[in-house]
Every structure is written in structure tokens, then in C-alpha cells.
Ligand binder design. Sequence first.
Ligand SMILES: Nc1ncnc2c1ncn2[C@@H]1O[C@H](COP(=O)(O)OP(=O)(O)OP(=O)(O)O)[C@@H](O)[C@H]1O
Length: 249
Amino acid sequence: MEVIRLDKISLWRRTQEEFSYDLKKTFLSILEGKYRKPVKKLILDNIDLIVNSGEKIGIIGANGSGKSTLLKVICGILKPTSGLVRVRGKIAPLIELGAGFDPEISVMDNIMLYGVLLGFSRTEMRKRVNSILEFAELQDYALIPVKALSSGMVARLGFAIATDAQPDILVLDEVLSVGDESFKNKSQQRIEKFWNENTTILVVSHDLKFIEKTCNQAIWLDKGKIKFTGSANAVVECYLQTVNKADNS
Ligand SMILES: Nc1ncnc2c1ncn2[C@@H]1O[C@H](COP(=O)(O)OP(=O)(O)OP(=O)(O)O)[C@@H](O)[C@H]1O
């Protein structure tokens, strides 16, 4: 069964966002003669992709080729400039953990807020709060504002919320390591469990051995385009051959 479909996805971004949004800075940079007009760059270039239920897909490619951007488009964190994204089922985005939190409100309120963002109802989230706090080991922090947590605690909270319910689709940026040693083990176990089940998984990684070992399919992204797709072994081999050839020439 098809669970993700991307139809002709393209995404443009400004390369100098800071200039266009900070008026004072823009003004100063004009005075100093340093102002450059924001340049737009094509980050994803006409991507078509179909993912079926239960597939484990590795996404590889050079730095800046658009891998994280592609994941964010699939999760709905970024809207493509053109094209269609269709996703069926609950998605657990394990990327930029905690980026959606409001630092001023309590851990408990953030759990509710984030859960609703992920598509769960408030009633459902109310039932989940305790198990989330327990997994994140933050029971004593329920009423404390998120800004008072350490960055590791914030990541733990983000991980616990996204994975508390069994997701249909798991999206991971880089092999995940969250929190201290004991939490790392706990979170890895939870991910391994999803890996062994029918969960659809998309993972970005530079660890090609890991991709070969854990994924059945792979996608090689190159300058925002899908260069090659197929079995994980074939894609990794093709990628390595091309990279090595470029190094030797
Ligand atoms: N917030 C942003 N604003 C503008 N451009 C961005 C932003 N984030 C990323 N980009 C640009 O988008 C392109 C793709 O970035 P992306 O993070 O998707 O690459 P990646 O393949 O995941 O790279 P890496 O392997 O280094 O993690 C890069 O050229 C980057 O400069």
C-alpha cells in the first residue's frame, strides 16, 4: 500500500534570509556597502517519489544535496514551492527535536501542543501525558517552563512525544542519539522495535554501512535531484563508485 507520494516537488529558498527579515541589519549593510540582494536557490528539483508501507528507505548524498529538506517536506515542516505531497498515516518526525516547543509554557502544555501538531486529539494526548513524562524522565518537570530545561532534556521530551504512540511512518535525520548514555540506549531500543515492525522508515545518514545493513531501498540525492534509486546495496555501490572516481580524477 502506498503511504507517501511526492509529485513533482520543487522548493526554492533564499540564501540570505537574515538580510530580508532584519530591517536594521539590512539598513546598516546598505550603509556599509555590503548589501547583496537575496539570491534564491533551487533546493529540491522536481522530485517524484512513491513509498510503500513497511519500506525502510535510506537517503544518501553529499552535504547540502537536500536530504534534510526532503524529510522536512515529507513531514509538512516545509511547504514545497510547487508539487504535491500526500502522506497516509501517523508520521513521527525525529528531526529538529523540540523545534516546535514554546519555551515560555510548561512541559505539560507543550506535550499537549506538540501532540496536536502531530495530529493527535487533545483527549488522546491527555491520556498519553504520563507515559510521555515517564519515558522522558521528566515527571518532576511537568509544570516547569520548557526554557528551564537543558537541551538534552528538550530533545528527550521531543523524542518521547513523537514516539509514544506507534507511528505508521518514522522519519529520522541521521542515526539518532539523544540525551545521555542511558537515554540513548532507551531511545535506540524504541527505534529498533519500530524497525522490526511494519513501520515505514525514512532515514538520512552519511553512514553507508548502516544504510546497507538496515534499509532495503535507498535514494541518492544530488543537488536537489534524485540521481539514483533502487536496492540499498546498489545505490550505495553506485554512489561510492562515482565519489571515488571524482576523487581520483
Ligand atoms: N533555513 C535555510 N534557509 C536557506 N537555505 C537553507 C536553509 N536550510 C538549508 N538551506 C540550504 O538548502 C540546501 C540543502 O540543505 P539540506 O540541509 O537539505 O542538505 P543535506 O543534504 O541534508 O546536507 P547535510 O548532509 O550537510 O546535512 C543547502 O544548500 C542549504 O544551504
